[in-house]
Design a protein around this ligand. Sequence first.
Ligand code: ATP
Ligand code: MG
Length: 346
Amino acid sequence: MALIAILPGDGIGPEVTAEARRVLEALDLPLAFESALVGGAAYHATGEPLPPETLELAHRADAILFGSVGDPSCDALERGLRPEQAILGLRKELTLFANLRPAKLFPGLEDASALRPEVARTIDLLIVRELNGDVYFGEKGMRTTAAGLRQGYDLMSYDEGEVARIAVAGFEAARRRGGRLCSVDKANVLETSQLWRDVVTEVAREYADVTLTHMYVDNAAMQLVRDPGQFDVIVTGNLFGDILSDQASMCVGSIGLLPSASLDDTGKGLYEPIHGSAPDIAGQGKANPCATILSAAMMLRHSLELPDAADRVEAAVARALVTHRTADLGGTCSTREMGDAVLGAL
Ligand code: ATP
Ligand code: MG
């Protein structure tokens, strides 16, 4: 019996994780579920965004299904108490350094893409985003300059070990897919990126079967909308990966469609949609649950070694999307109706 930790979080998190759980339950697999509070929900109940009992469950579980954190009512809190610290803390505590974000156009969704249909159809890529370093985890703070001006700072840093392990994740993913890896950095300006490029190039020696290219992040942003079909696997840092994956989401129709897996080097993982808590539509039953349902499919594949079940869920989502759409895709389905459609297709 595998134990799945369900951490719904804030905003639309509880709405979308509920649908993913229903799909997992319908598969009739030996899975047990346990839920815990995280983010703003946990802060309001316990005074901490990542309470010890939530962290304990995350450690004990075989895999984690995560909704989203972010709560405007917590905006005035000091940084350490804000909901977002919960997901950063989980990524760090569990050493989830490799974030896999696949993007592919579902059949029939050409009209929802921000790109022309013939361009949208060529998208089949995977972004491998580093998740334990970069400006999110560097020294940060607020100080006063000599001129008396407030100055914010966030240190961007990577050591070669951190770059090497994400490079390996990128090459391994490329080897499993189309054999092409594009490393995205800003090596013409940033010292971290220069190191990144050097280390990725060194790791490439072990992967003669993978074709490696390098691209500056500004060019990558442009190429992603100009000719996304050129990409197979993109490996990049935490900040660049965050931005490029939101961009990729609109190329396949909606941010409500993109799942992700955050993995350590043993295969343990946290699975979450790439979107946030979407406070603007929370509690209205409007959120698209597909990204979270597809995240559950990634969990079946990567952490639970149930690839057939993962295939079934992905096929059911694809079928459901032919006839059912939530508002983000121009449809009228509620979150629950979309979940029902996936269950029906299963
Ligand atoms: P984070 O910093 O946590 O990534 P964010 O600021 O990028 O959050 P999101 O919460 O992802 O913001 O929301 C961005 C926009 O996308 C909002 O307008 C939101 O309503 C919409 N959105 C996000 N997720 C969904 C979803 N599952 N279904 C429909 N719309 C969504
Ligand atoms: Mg975002």
